[in-house]
Write a protein that binds this ligand. Structure first.
Ligand code: UDP
Length: 464
């Protein structure tokens, strides 16, 4: 029996957080494990439940929470969709609603016959998955879907609180955080919330849950975040597996299929000049005000660069989609601009027509841009996006800052031109160098490949 055959029948159970920025990397990791001969079962919440037919290689099991099927006012999760509940309140609600049903599903899955190697759970689920895994008698490895630099900041929250950084004072925004250079106070990964204590609890629980795990998998690569990974591993007594970027691991990984809209986007991009298009997307969760939306629209138009803009339904507060634009705006732009509700971002960034990515700097978007050598315009909204931006702009120097508070149409026009014309080539050159480092880390004997080998050995050691 060869090594691969031996591993068939060994199962890895995964428990993603139900948001695209967390679900996507978990699915990519599932593909990596599958490629190494494991079978994968995904336990997913009924909230934002995925379409299993898009991922035929994996088994999906839906976890239902206690209030499901109740009237909206009885079920806080279905209410959250209607009311735009703040993100921290939503995460707290998810944790409350699914902890017990997850414990039961995991126990049922483990007693199902096939040998279970381990559980891989999203770091945000925190310590509750530790209890469930111990009860079920399986090892628990945590996936952190964000970068190591931002995790250093999260891990420092208790210290930063003691030192009086929180709550953040406007008068200190431009001060350096001496405990976490090069971060400034305005880069600390917080979010506007009605209950700041909840933010601290969720973050501390995430850090403690990772510290008490049997290992942490990172979607990053050593050549990008070596010092941050080293700092963290000095404090964590658990093995680290930086094996990213996940989505570039192998050409053989199962990929998701393009739909009609994806083909329309590609055909529009095909008609543009090389490196001429600004791709604009603020990810899957961020929301902006209508007045910001209008400034962006005018700024893009006035920059006279072709643009592809993902305006997700829900992106513009109080609007369905594009209705806030003045009448005739879309028609006047004609072929210079394309608005879409969602795009296959990996395909878009890989297209030769794309010259820059105006992004909120979520970690996946950051990595995906780096992996295609596409420089960024950075407008972070909250949490780790703020830290990622500082690294993109000041450390890796592959992006320009466009702060949300300073975002008017004139500033936008000037920054877009600067990213596409004046500073574009130098940033692209540095970004291409990072892309090459990522490629090297993924090659045979590169750090990410070696760490993946270690991860496979580690995971197999649990069920011996
Ligand atoms: N994404 C996509 N199409 C879109 C917008 C986003 O495929 O139109 C994907 C993107 O490729 C990334 C994820 O959604 O993998 C967003 O994750 P990220 O960490 O960048 O931001 P978040 O949505 O968590 O804020």
């Amino acid at each position: 029996m060869n090594e691969m055959e031996e591993r068939r029948g060994r199962k890895i159970i995964m428990f993603p957080l139900p948001f695209p920025g967390h679900f996507n990397p978990m699915i990519e990791l599932a593909g990596i494990f599958h490629h190494r001969g494991f079978s994968v079962t995904i336990l997913h919440t009924s909230y934002n439940s995925p379409d299993p037919s898009r991922h035929p290689h994996f088994t999906f099991r839906t976890i239902h929470h206690n209030n499901e099927g109740e009237e909206e006012d009885q079920d806080p999760l279905s209410r959250s969709k209607a009311s735009g509940m703040d993100l921290m309140a939503l995460i707290r609600q998810l944790k409350q609603s699914y902890t017990e049903p997850f414990r039961q599903s995991l126990a049922a899955e483990v007693s199902g016959g096939e040998t279970v190697c381990c559980l891989v759970s999203d770091a945000i689920w925190g310590r509750s998955t530790k209890v469930a895994a111990e009860e079920a008698g399986v090892g628990r490895v945590v996936l952190r879907t964000g970068g190591a630099a931002s995790f250093c900041a999260f891990a420092a929250f208790p210290l930063l609180r003691d030192k009086g950084y929180f709550p953040i004072q406007d008068s200190r925004l431009d001060d350096l955080v001496i405990e976490l250079p090069p971060l400034k106070v305005k880069d600390l990964p917080v979010i506007e919330t009605n209950d700041p204590e909840e933010l601290y609890r969720i973050i501390n629980d995430m850090v403690d849950g990772a510290k008490s795990s049997s290992g942490v998998i990172w979607n990053t690569f050593e050549d990008l975040e070596r010092f941050q990974l080293m700092d963290l591993s000095d404090n964590f007594q658990v093995p680290f597996f930086p094996i990213g970027p996940f989505h570039k691991h192998s050409e053989d990984l199962p990929s998701t299929k393009n739909n009609k809209e994806d083909y329309a986007i590609t055909s529009w991009l095909d008609k543009q000049d090389p490196k001429s298009v600004v791709y604009v997307s603020f990810g899957s969760l961020a929301a902006i005000e209508e007045k910001e939306f209008l400034q962006i629209a005018w700024g893009l138009r006035n920059s006279e660069q072709p643009f592809l803009w993902v305006v997700r339904p829900g992106l513009v507060r109080g609007n369905e989609w594009l209705e806030a634009l003045p009448s005739g705006f879309v028609e006047n732009i004609g072929h210079m601009g394309k608005f879409v509700k969602w795009a296959n971002q990996l395909n878009v960034l890989a297209h030769p027509a794309v010259g820059a990515f105006w992004t909120h700097c979520g970690w996946n978007s950051t990595l995906e841009s780096i992996c295609e050598g596409v420089p960024m315009i950075c407008t972070p909204c909250f949490t780790d996006q703020l830290v990622n931006t500082r690294y993109i702009v000041d450390v890796w120097q592959v992006g320009i800052m466009l702060e949300r508070s300073k975002m008017d149409k004139n500033e936008i026009e000037q920054v877009v031109r600067s990213a596409m014309i004046d500073k574009g080539d130098a940033m692209r050159e540095r970004c291409m160098a990072l892309k090459e480092r990522a490629d090297i880390c993924l090659r045979k004997d590169g750090s990410s490949s070696n760490n993946l080998d270690k991860l496979v050995t580690h995971v197999l050691s649990f069920d011996s």
